[in-house]
Every structure is written in structure tokens, then in C-alpha cells.
Design a binder for this molecule. Sequence first.
Ligand code: 5GP
Ligand code: ZN
Length: 112
Amino acid sequence: MDCLFCEIIKGNIPSSKVYEDEYVYAFRDINPQAPVHILVVPKVHISSADEINAENSVYVAKIFEVIPEIAKNESLGGGYRVITNCGADACQSVKHLHFHILGGAQLIEKMG
Ligand code: 5GP
Ligand code: ZN
């Protein structure tokens, strides 16, 4: 199975890493939509939020434990947005679960 983010996690495709542990990999988005735009992904292949279940939800819990650490390191004390796009209607383009952290400026109110 060809998965861009699995290849990034393995180091086969370069990325600008901001955090890594046993469960979580985080790196800068190649096409940032805010001054800080980081993608946080599980180190196992979960294709979207729709595939989270009791067996793999520990990875999601670990991601959400790490997000405040990343936010602190990135000086996002003013606030930030965490988004996951799930499926075609949400324009998910990479089919490996990822949470966008967006911040570093006042974000627009509209999300949809
Ligand atoms: P989605 O649209 O699936 O929610 O988000 C996918 C994100 O991955 C996009 O924001 C896009 O810019 C980012 N992206 C796509 N390819 C690469 C890549 O090769 N490297 C990095 N760092 N980000 C990527
Ligand atoms: Zn993957």
C-alpha cells in the first residue's frame, strides 16, 4: 500500500520534523495555511478519523497529549485550531489520519 505519510514516518520521504515518539510523528505542512501549520499523525496506518476504534484509539489519545507540548514549543499561547478532514466531503487528500495544528495568527471564524 502506497501511503505518503507512512513513507514520511519511515524517513523515506523527507519532512521537517517537530516531534516524534513511539506513537506520534509531527512535521510541518509543505503548504502552510497559517504561520504555524503542523501535521500530527499516528505511527500506524489509520486511514481517517472514521477508522478510529477501541484497538487503535491509544494513538489518538497520545496525539492529543502531544498537541499541547507542540503548541507550547511553537509559542501558540494565543490559541490554535486542531482539524482533521475525514473523507471526500471534507476534502481529505492524504488517506492517513492526521490532525492539522494551525496558529500563529488570528484565524478566520468560518470553518466549513
Ligand atoms: P488533508 O487535505 O488530507 O486534510 O491534508 C493533507 C495535508 O498534507 C495538506 O495540508 C498538504 O499540504 C500536506 N501535504 C501533502 N503532501 C505533503 C508532503 O509531501 N509533505 C508535507 N510535509 N505535507 C504534505
Ligand atoms: Zn499511512
